[in-house]
Design a binder for this molecule. Sequence first.
Ligand code: NI
Length: 138
Amino acid sequence: MTYITRRAYFNAAHRMYRDDWTKARNEEIFGKCANLNWHGHNYELFVTVKGEINETTVYPIDLNGLKAIIHEQVVEKLDHKNLNLDVDFLQGKMATTEILCIEIFKCLKEPIERHQGVFLHSVKLHETENNAVEYFGE
Ligand code: NI
């Protein structure tokens, strides 16, 4: 089994704010991310797939194919968007890195696993250089 990782980037705006909490409570819990007038992050995404080496092509999945899936399913939908307002699969959800990471995993799983013998292993999402969330589908 080999594990192959492709990196992608997108920039997006969001805010972390619960309407059922006071402004002070939101700021206490979410810090700067509670800013009512939005703010942005430069997200860095790592998508890891696994598969046996195909006898013909000598790799489990064509990296250009993987790049195209990530672009179509994730980057196109999130890049230069407001995560709270613009993204269909985040409607009604808090735009935390954790939620985003899980939702990205769900978007990628089926298109990636259409390739015979290839499985989505993990999605790792950096919101900042120092903070990242990783999800393995469980
Ligand atoms: Ni933030």
